[in-house]
Design a protein around this ligand. Structure first.
Ligand SMILES: [Fe+2]
Ligand SMILES: [Fe+2]
Length: 336
């Protein structure tokens, strides 16, 4: 293995050292990227393969040897190609040591938004399982260091769609949870299973919206009473879907069922009050409203993030501590 000290820093800016796992995940004969080899005596990279070409069996063998020695590089100009590629095999993120935090954040953003979209399009077990395993790659990655979730906050979508809203809610929710439970994370007091279940709930709180006709979801005018009734069914539809998928995690259920409940019993579907609502449900309510407010929707312009969180802190139907924590978190993120 080439020692990192032998690879000049400037080279790492322009090129990306590729691991055997990632190289192995590409088409063996026709990788879709230019490949460079590090030439030790001149401490520079030289082209080894051009995309569009074809590697011979001898070259493949040579490449396998070089990759084990840490001598194989790709240009960071090809970043979009491998972000897309790795986003289809998200677990590579966990084994690859060369990806930068921002590259990993791009990969998660692409992969999860796409997977959520697939599930919302076709909400069946086989599609759910793929999404679930990708979400578990995310929790594995951020549970090691909760601060890693911050890089995803910078990649929130600005346009509204069901998958964009779901992605945004998951990311905002995990940032907020990480900030509220910062001390517990430091002391190792957050249970992994609870964290996994909450993650699923935050990303999928609106899964029941798949049962609402698309024209109603996108309608720009005020809804009629009948239409409104259909939309307010979505938490209950979400619960039915979870039952069908045989998911009984309490934290996930709380997000799906309680994100439209309000502390003064004006919410839906159960008109629960402050003392009956779970922490996860109250967290998801703040996260859901905030995530909706900060994107451009069919019926409203995007609101500034600080303004949106200020609105929530002043609204007594939301948990004040959670809304305050959101505001503190935003200020901290701005300072970084
Ligand atoms: Fe909802
Ligand atoms: Fe929502």
């Amino acid at each position: 293995m080439a020692k990192t000290s032998e690879i000049p820093d400037a080279l790492n800016e322009e090129y990306y050292q590729i691991s055997a796992d990632i190289l192995g995940s590409f088409n063996k004969y026709r990788p879709p990227i230019n490949i460079y080899r590090f030439v030790e005596n001149v401490a520079r990279v030289a082209p080894f393969y051009r995309k569009g070409g074809r590697l011979t069996n001898e070259q493949i063998e040579e490449l396998a040897q070089m990759v084990n020695d840490g001598l194989v590089f790709v240009s960071r100009e090809d970043h979009p190609v491998y972000v897309k590629h790795i986003s289809y095999q998200l677990d590579l993120v966990l084994v690859d040591k060369n990806l930068k935090e921002r590259e990993i954040a791009d990969i998660f953003t692409q992969a999860l938004t796409r997977r959520i979209g697939e599930f919302m399009e076709q909400p069946v077990k086989i599609v759910f399982d793929k999404l679930y395993s990708d979400l578990m790659v995310l929790t594995e990655y951020i549970f090691q260091d909760i601060h890693r979730i911050r890089a995803l906050f910078r990649r929130l979508h600005t346009e509204h769609s069901l998958e964009n809203h779901s992605f945004n809610s998951g990311v905002v929710g995990l940032n907020l949870f990480g900030s509220i439970k910062a001390r517990d994370f430091e002391e190792g007091g957050v249970k992994r299973k609870m964290f996994d279940n909450l993650t699923l709930g935050l990303f999928l709180h609106d899964m029941g919206m798949t049962k609402v006709a698309k024209f109603l979801r996108d309608k720009t005018q005020a809804l009629t009473q009948e239409e409104r009734q259909k939309v307010t069914m979505h938490p209950k539809s979400g619960l039915d879907m979870l039952n069908k998928l045989e998911i009984k995690f309490p934290e996930t259920l709380a997000c799906v069922m309680e994100h439209h409940e309000r502390l003064n019993r004006t919410g839906y579907p159960q008109k629960k009050g402050a003392e009956e609502l779970s922490f996860e449900g109250k967290l998801c309510a703040v996260v859901d409203s905030f995530s909706a407010m900060i994107t451009k929707r069919p019926y409203a312009e995007a609101m500034d993030q600080m303004k949106a969180s200020a609105t929530l802190t002043k609204d007594p139907t939301y948990d004040k501590k959670i809304a305050d924590a959101l505001q503190v978190m935003l200020v901290q993120l701005m300072k970084l």
